[in-house]
Write a protein that binds this ligand. Structure first.
Ligand SMILES: [Zn+2]
Length: 267
């Protein structure tokens, strides 16, 4: 432990070694993949036991994140031996909308606590926004969040406010294997005409955190907290996931201990 100011509650406290994507998710990956997980950065793809963790939060705030969403998300994601509990649940449920390439379910009707899914996604994107997380060597991963959004999300994460009015979270349960086996830290996908999209992928659940930069955008059709019935999308997301992986493999130096392009064969 190390003494310092907790980035969430701003109190002076003993700080924990906080994980960017949460300790519970990290433990799950370690259990499935052995001691070493594949880490992708802009410069290198390698197997490493290096964890993305640093002294950022106090014990109380770590616990808040764990109970607020991390533990719940960990119980729903794909895992090597137990399969994918959230996907299984949706496969036997009735969708509220059926389109050629996707379906939409009501989290409320299916009995999924989408508020906790949103809390988890925001806790990870916020962590990525407030700190440069060291990955391998002197490389770091982080996203840019506007100072006022960072502060609004911080208050929401502390339980002081509701979900900020200009923020939404869209959840997609992925039916493809490529999205189910991977964990990808938050990246800023870009500006979609009045709002920013931050993407985070955790073992088959694709979280899009949406932050409006123009007035009167409330994500009422997309957000798993504010949409009618609390929507959850369900689709094959392999195109998006494989594109993001392909970028890593093509741009990065491949370490010798990584099998070349494991997910790209035949694509
Ligand atoms: Zn704290």
């Amino acid at each position: 432990m190390q003494r310092g100011t907790c980035k969430l509650c701003h109190q002076d406290a003993e700080l924990q070694l906080s994980h960017l994507i949460g300790r519970a998710i990290y433990k799950l990956c370690r259990k499935d993949e052995g001691d070493d997980s594949i880490v992708m950065t802009a410069k290198v793809v390698m197997k490493t036991s290096r964890q993305i963790r640093e002294y950022v939060l106090c014990t109380r705030c770590e616990d808040l994140f764990n109970k607020g969403g991390e533990r719940y998300v960990t119980s729903l994601v794909w895992r090597l031996r137990q399969g994918f509990p959230l996907l299984d649940k949706l496969q036997i449920a009735l969708p509220i909308q059926r389109e050629p390439d996707y379906r939409v379910f009501s989290g409320e009707r299916v009995g999924i606590d989408t508020d906790k899914l949103a809390y988890f996604a925001l806790s990870v994107v916020w962590r990525s926004g407030i700190h440069e997380w060291r990955t391998i060597g002197n490389q770091t991963t982080s996203v840019v969040l506007a100072a006022e959004d960072e502060e609004r999300i911080r208050k929401y994460l502390l339980g002081e406010t509701e979900l900020p009015a200009n923020v939404g979270v869209a959840i997609t349960v992925c039916t493809d294997m490529a999205s189910q086996v991977l964990v990808q830290p938050p990246t800023l996908l870009g500006n979609a005409g009045g709002y920013l999209i931050y993407r985070l992928l955790v073992r088959g659940i694709d979280f899009n955190v949406l932050v409006a930069t123009a007035p009167n955008i409330h994500f009422l059709d997309l957000c798993c907290v504010r949409s009618a019935g609390k929507k959850i999308f369900f689709k094959d997301n392999s195109r998006i996931t494989l594109n993001s992986v392909r970028h890593f493999y093509e741009e990065s130096k491949l370490a010798r201990n990584v099998c070349p392009k494991p997910f790209l064969r035949g694509s």
